[in-house]
Design a protein around this ligand. Structure first.
Ligand code: MRU
Length: 332
């Protein structure tokens, strides 16, 4: 875990500012955005200045710290942050954790720090547990590294650790249309970590699997239901179907805080619909006839039956997932 990592945020108590590395501009420019209120934090999450399930959880927690510092109404700040993005449960998990700490700035700060520290601790374990499953050539989707979490990363943490341990030879990086988290962020993080990797368009995965060039698929998770169904970046479900067809192991990696104990199955996970403009343009350049309709569901749900094992900080969980998740969460 000694590789260089870039974190997506830092808190400056003296300046009463939560600084966000603008992920919309990476890898071309490294611009830090000052966030001074919960309102600004919510807007930064919505606009994807910061993104990735654990990272938006930590940002929401510090958003509540900023609400204290800026004298905003706490209930309003909490509501605004809850409305910023709907799918990743980490946002709601963090805000639920912050609620009992509404009493004072000190309590809020202590809880936000604890949430961030737990991201680091759980991801150390997730990276080790996931690395042990990987070998040969690994394919991943979206961005699940330190930029997406504020820690070591989940799926990408496992990949980087597996490389460090000499378990894997190469990584295939899905570009991840339309937001290009793979091309812009995962490629950047793997380059910094010195891991041999190749960028592919999302529709190349099937070909590579058919050629025998993929030994495992590992991805992140935005919200998992109690039966193991999980939402992740659009395109994840397709990869799971492909992996099953080709007999390739398929693993979601996540902290247990990404499990939503209120949901029995993935059918009730809210799926964010983003602007069609993100499909009809690439970094502001049109790629379709003006006014042509487009749709951008930002996530899909992978059914648990397509999962080989679930990588968590408490080890790798195997079917039946409802029982394994219940035990891991201490619910039985
Ligand atoms: O829309 P994004 O970029 O926030 O989506 C991120 C993902 O889908 C990640 O795979 C997920 O948040 C897991 S991050 C460790």
């Amino acid at each position: 875990m000694g590789v260089e990592r870039v974190l997506p945020f830092r808190f400056d108590e003296a300046e009463a500012t939560f600084w966000l590395l603008d992920q919309r501009k990476l890898p071309f420019e490294e611009v830090w955005v000052p966030v001074k209120t919960a309102r600004e934090a919510a807007e930064a999450i919505r606009a994807m200045v910061v993104r990735g399930a654990p990272a938006i959880g930590v940002t929401a927690a510090y958003g509540m710290v900023l609400a204290h510092l800026a004298g905003e109404a706490l209930a309003e700040a909490d509501a605004r942050l809850r409305e910023s993005r709907p799918t990743a449960v980490n946002l709601f998990y963090a805000l639920d954790r912050m609620r009992p700490a509404w009493g004072s700035l000190e309590q809020a700060l202590e809880t936000a720090r604890a949430i961030w520290r737990e991201v680091e601790e759980t991801e150390r374990a997730i990276s080790r547990n996931g690395a042990a499953l990987l070998r040969g050539q690994v394919l991943t989707h979206c961005n699940t590294g330190p930029l997406a979490t504020g820690g070591y990363g989940t799926a990408l943490g496992a990949i980087i650790e597996a490389w460090r341990q000499g378990r894997i030879t190469h990584v295939w990086v899905d570009e991840t249309r339309p937001y290009l988290q793979g091309a812009r962020l995962t490629a950047w993080e793997l380059q910094k970590a010195g891991v041999p990797a190749t960028l592919i368009t999302d529709n190349t995965a099937a070909y590579l699997m058919q050629q025998g060039e993929v030994d495992a698929v590992i991805v992140g998770t935005d919200r998992m239901a109690m039966n193991g169904d999980f939402a992740n970046k659009i395109g994840t479900y397709g990869l799971a179907v492909l992996a099953r067809h080709h007999g390739i192991p398929f693993y979601p990696a996540l902290p247990l805080s990404s499990v939503d104990p209120a949901l029995k199955t993935g059918a009730d996970i809210p799926i964010e619909e983003r602007s069609p403009e993100e499909v009809t343009t690439v970094r502001g350049v049109p790629i379709a006839p003006e006014g042509f309709p487009a749709r951008h569901p930002a996530f899909d749900v992978t059914p648990h039956a397509l999962i080989t094992g679930i990588v968590t900080e408490k080890g790798v969980l195997y079917p039946p997932f409802d029982e394994a998740l219940g035990r891991a969460l201490g619910l039985d």
